[in-house]
Design a binder for this molecule. Structure first.
Ligand SMILES: Nc1ncnc2c1ncn2[C@@H]1O[C@H](COP(=O)(O)OP(=O)(O)O)[C@@H](O)[C@H]1O
Ligand SMILES: [Mg+2]
Length: 226
């Protein structure tokens, strides 16, 4: 489904944020991308989202080189990938419900459809009873659940989560990881970038380790070893 083919991203003269990386992610996989800060995790995800173009090599999505997607189709392409970030990126003046509904509104969806779909994803993340709360009335874990609900609203093929537990305590961290595993169990591919060893070592899923922009390890049921 996703394939990096000898992909490099060089910043400036010689900073190889990603250095000749090749791997494949199959539909339905849960892959953790681990490595120290600066290892290249975020850059790799930005290449996948086509927020950056590779300096050399390719990124393929369903066998299509994403660099060749015409600009008019980029929004469609991006909707196939739900994104979740460390800082939640919620709109502070909107409730949990409205934060999720908003992404359908801007697409011109009808009220009835919005109601049905938003309720469905808020149920999935177990946040129905917090639907009318504003972000500042929610815990970090709850805010991240809203962000995950929003990421799911277009029924993406893939969820990409970049350090989603970076601001959470260990309890809420496990909670969010469990939720991502549940979503993966329902068929969505998950790519999780983290530098949190405990998260990975409990998960028992595939782990790709990056160091200095290079893949130094790629193991089924991997551990975080650096
Ligand atoms: N826009 C940019 N311009 C220049 N250098 C960058 C840029 N983005 C990332 N880098 C560099 O690329 C390397 C990898 O960064 P990043 O992908 O953010 O790593 P990680 O997410 O693993 O912490 C770092 O050395 C970082 O300084
Ligand atoms: Mg990062």
């Amino acid at each position: 489904m996703i394939r990096f083919e000898n992909t490099s991203k060089i910043y400036g003269k010689d900073t190889a944020a990603i250095d000749r990386v090749s791997f494949e992610v199959k539909k339905g996989e849960f892959v953790s991308l681990v490595g120290k800060s600066g290892a290249g995790k975020t850059t790799l995800l930005r290449l996948l989202l086509r927020e950056e173009d590779p300096t050399s090599g390719k990124v393929l999505f369903d066998d299509q080189d994403i660099a060749e997607i015409p600009s008019g189709f980029i929004p469609d392409f991006r909707r196939r990938i739900g994104t979740v970030f460390q800082d939640y990126k919620l709109l502070p003046m909107k409730t949990a419900y409205e934060n999720v509904a908003y992404v359908m509104e801007v697409m011109g969806a009808r009220g009835g459809d919005i109601d049905r779909d938003v309720s469905e994803v808020l149920k999935l993340v177990e946040l129905m009873e917090r639907a009318e709360h504003f972000p500042n009335q929610l815990s970090g874990g709850e805010k991240q659940r809203v962000a995950i609900a929003r990421a799911l609203i277009h029924r993406p093929d893939v969820i990409v989560a970049d350090e989603p537990t970076g601001n959470l305590d260990p309890y809420h961290t496990q909670d969010i990881i469990k939720l991502l595993a549940t979503i993966n169990g329902l068929g969505t591919t998950v790519i999780l970038a983290t530098h949190d060893k405990d998260v990975i070592n409990r998960l028992g899923k595939r782990v790709i380790t990056l160091d200095d922009g290079k893949v130094i390890r790629d193991e089924e049921r991997g551990k975080f070893i650096l």
